[in-house]
Design a protein around this ligand. Structure first.
Ligand code: ZN
Ligand code: ZN
Ligand code: ZN
Ligand code: ZN
Ligand code: ZN
Length: 340
């Protein structure tokens, strides 16, 4: 048998006690018993508009009570587009409020600006900046501090030599020549040695040639003279911190050649790994956090894997451990690729 709703209501009125009816009609906010007209929402009743409105969520920006229509974004609620946009992160270049954002090194950009050219020094897109002769870009801020001229470069170059000496207690007597070059020139030089299929961009290069001349003197005795030419190439428009880190890396190549001749013929990963390990010692000492991170997280299988091999083997800040390794190691016994 099917009962009509009217019948059910009548039955309730007959059997329910008055207390139960009263409890069901208390205001969900002020708890006063409700008489006459009231508002329901969910399964609660409210005595007045004021009591009802206090139960509503507030706009996460302006605090206004949210009526039936509102906007949600990342678990927050907003009364209007204006309120939503006011809390959205803005593109650091065009200041557009962003629902979809690109984060580059902790900075936020819109689609367009995330794709625009990036500064060679800070690696960020920029509002004002310029193109360099080697087709890299530099932003206006970095342009003030990056190294262009030989005088500034030489100061840091000498400092790097000093830093390497403090870290390793080794300093070669013949200081390499310094040449400041563009990306085009540096890529040509490094392509002689490094297969850059991983897209690794180098900031410096150590070049060394040894020539031996044999001559016979008037008494028929032979004399041999060894001539060593050493050049460190460093990319222009590096920040001072990156310049110093790069120079210490390149000076480490020089130190290996001068003080550990038995390591001639080290696989590239081991040679570069040693240089990066020493560069990291400098970064820690000087709190160069960006340079440190870029060395530690490099995906390159020579520079990145090489560094991580030594980090894993020696732990951090272990020059004496590295020194022992260099003294004991026979380069011919090392694998061609960095062990992982
Ligand atoms: Zn109330
Ligand atoms: Zn609002
Ligand atoms: Zn933008
Ligand atoms: Zn920059
Ligand atoms: Zn190197």
């Amino acid at each position: 048998m099917k009962r009509s709703p009217l019948v059910v209501l009548t039955l309730l009125a007959l059997f329910a006690s008055p207390a139960v009816v009263q409890a069901a009609r208390n205001c969900g906010t002020c708890a006063k018993s409700i008489k006459g007209r009231y508002i329901t929402s969910g399964n609660k009743a409210y005595c007045s508009q004021t009591c009802f409105v206090t139960t509503l969520d507030e706009c996460d920006h302006c605090g206004i009570k949210l009526k039936s229509r509102y906007i949600t974004s990342e678990k927050k609620k907003f009364c209007s587009n204006a309120c939503l946009e006011s809390i959205l992160p803005q593109c650091e270049i065009c200041e557009k409020p962003l629902i979809r954002r690109h984060t580059i090194k902790g900075h936020v950009f819109c689609d367009l600006h995330a794709k625009s050219p990036r500064c060679t020094a800070c690696q960020l897109p920029f509002l004002r900046g310029g193109e360099l002769p080697d087709l890299r870009y530099v932003c206006e801020t970095c342009n003030e501090i990056v190294i262009y001229n030989m005088e500034e470069a030489m100061k840091l170059f000498r400092l790097a030599r000093q830093e390497l000496y403090q870290i390793t207690a080794r300093k070669s007597r013949q200081i390499p020549k310094l040449k400041i070059v563009g990306r085009d020139r540096l890529n040509k030089l490094t392509n002689l040695r490094v297969d850059q299929q991983d897209g690794m961009q180098l900031n410096g290069f150590y070049h060394r040639t040894e020539t031996t001349r044999t001559s016979r003197n008037g008494f028929g005795k032979t004399t041999t003279a060894k001539k060593v030419e050493k050049t460190i190439y460093i990319l222009y428009a590096l920040s001072p911190d990156t310049f110093l880190t790069t120079a210490v890396h390149e000076f480490t190549h020089d130190m290996i050649a001068e003080f550990f001749p038995h390591l001639d013929g080290l696989p590239l990963w081991a040679e570069e790994g040693i240089c990066q390990y020493v560069a990291v010692l400098l970064c820690r000492k000087r709190n160069f956090s960006e340079q440190l991170e870029s060395i530690q997280t490099s995906p390159d299988r020579i520079y990145g894997d090489g560094y991580r091999y030594f980090e894993k083997k020696l732990g951090p800040n272990n020059w004496s451990g590295l020194l022992q390794w260099m003294k004991r190691t026979d380069p011919k016994k090392l694998p061609a690729a960095a062990p992982k």
